[in-house]
Design a protein around this ligand. Structure first.
Ligand SMILES: [Zn+2]
Length: 249
């Protein structure tokens, strides 16, 4: 198995040094005045890099921490209302589901539904979206199918949602509430309308900025804070993927 040196150096090594005295292990209820860091890993699917993900999950587990994994249930699959000639190639598959089960069982992974197929239905200002602009009934249909599939595969109730491209609209928020999601994690610039049963946990940071943020919080004494670090495979050198320009600097 590849060992993820860059992961340790770029992300978790930072925490090993800086957070060992600041964060209780695997706690969701850290006391006030402690800086809390949530790691979110997006785009886990049947098609994503299994070797890399084994290393990420193993490293997180070894460090005694946990990670929110946002899973795409049906990459490439047509929508339920579309003609579908290839319904066989769907779902996570046993290898990817088994990997998640292992680390969910160890308390190192929490699951979120990451859209239906992560298709860019909308591509224009302010950016791509799978859900925004679709009618409420369609959004609800996608969310029901995605949630049911992932829950059936994992044998777990999953009530967290990460919108693809960090993008959604008012109908998404309504549909999420109808379908039974309790938490939505989009981006820091996404404004989420209040909804009685849906909490918002926006991503606030990319991993390249984690060290600076923690050091800044320490020096300013701003420790009563929560940061949500959003990660993708391209954030890890071992993926061999180029880092998008938006992640640099
Ligand atoms: Zn995504």
């Amino acid at each position: 198995m590849r060992k993820s040196g860059a992961i340790l150096a770029a992300v978790l090594g930072v925490l090993a040094v800086l957070l060992s005295q600041l964060l209780p292990l695997r706690t969701a209820t850290a006391a006030a005045s402690r800086l809390r860091v949530v790691f979110r890993y997006d785009d886990y699917s049947r098609l994503s890099d299994t070797d890399l993900e084994k290393d990420i999950f193993g490293t997180v587990d070894d460090a005694g921490m946990s990670l929110v994994v946002a899973v795409i249930p049906f990459p490439g699959r047509p929508y339920p209302w579309e003609k579908d000639s290839n319904r066989e190639e769907i779902g996570l598959g046993e290898t990817k589901a088994g990997l998640l089960r292992t680390y969910v069982g160890r308390g190192a992974v929490d699951l979120a539904v990451h859209g239906y197929s992560h298709r860019a239905n909308f591509d224009g200002p302010p950016g791509k979206s799978e859900f925004a602009t679709l009618p409420l009934v369609r959004q609800r249909q996608l969310l029901v199918s995605a949630k049911e599939e992932l829950e059936r595969t994992m044998g777990l109730r999953i009530d967290s949602f990460v919108p693809p491209f960090n993008s959604f609209d008012d109908n998404t928020v309504i549909a999420l509430g109808h379908v039974g999601f309790k938490l939505s994690s989009a981006g820091i610039t996404s404004i989420q309308r209040d909804h009685e049963s849906l909490r918002s946990l926006p991503g606030t940071l990319r991993p390249q900025r984690l060290r600076k943020t923690i050091e800044g919080a320490q020096s300013e004494g701003l420790m009563d804070a929560l940061v949500v670090v959003t990660m993708h495979s391209f954030d890890f050198a071992e993926s061999g993927e180029p880092l998008p320009a938006c992640r640099m600097g």
